[in-house]
Design a protein around this ligand. Sequence first.
Ligand SMILES: C[S@@+](CC[C@H](N)C(=O)[O-])C[C@H]1O[C@@H](n2cnc3c(N)ncnc32)[C@H](O)[C@@H]1O
Length: 239
Amino acid sequence: MKIDILSLFPEMFEGFLNTSIIKRAIDSSLVEVCVHDFREFSLNKHKKVDDYPYGGGQGMVLMCQPIIDCLKTLTTKDSLVILMSPQGEVLQQSYSQKLSLEKHLIIICGHYEGFDERIRDYVDIEISIGDYILTGGELASMVVCDSIIRLLEGAIRESSHEDDSFSQGLLEYPQYTRPYEYDGTTVPDILISGHHENIRKWRLQQSLKKTLRKRPDLIKNRQMTDEELKMIKEIEKND
Ligand SMILES: C[S@@+](CC[C@H](N)C(=O)[O-])C[C@H]1O[C@@H](n2cnc3c(N)ncnc32)[C@H](O)[C@@H]1O
């Protein structure tokens, strides 16, 4: 996969691209990430990229020319152009899974008050990372990239994200590691029983329990198996 990011602040990506799983995925050529400063494409002699909004109002608006000229040098028939925007579809795990199958993503990060509306004509999709406003699209684009890159085959062991919260539509079951006892609390005995089927059942039941308590909306929209329905009845009976 190739990811091109258009940003006025490429330095913000240094830590992100040079740390942990993302760095390893880049080093092992699972993904190539390039950050492009679209200010360099400005035809203005002062390299201006923004201007006052027509009709008046607060803040500065990013102009079409530098962004679109930069975009044109990168776009191919395989490109999916993404605009980071609080007005976009809110990112979900299932959306990241879909995006992780793309060959080439181009992500445009806004800043200041936003974009000239005509930039949207050059974009395939808009993505939001939630209903709040950030100063720019850089952090949001890193969230999108991070959630996609960790899903690329070989980035992490596949079994580690199969059980992640949202991957199967539920929150993840409780996890424990050594020591067996910490501050008077011990690990549930079932996890050291070595009985794989009982552990699977316990984890599914715990996932359902957590999801019911913390995210009942996920349960409401879920196509339940018979086993899950039985477990939910049991959980509700005991609560
Ligand atoms: C200050 S925001 C502009 C918000 C714009 N005035 C509005 O109300 O829609 C600047 C830029 O940050 C990015 N941004 C801010 N919040 C975001 C969010 N929740 N998700 C994705 N991108 C966001 C977008 O690229 C946006 O153009």
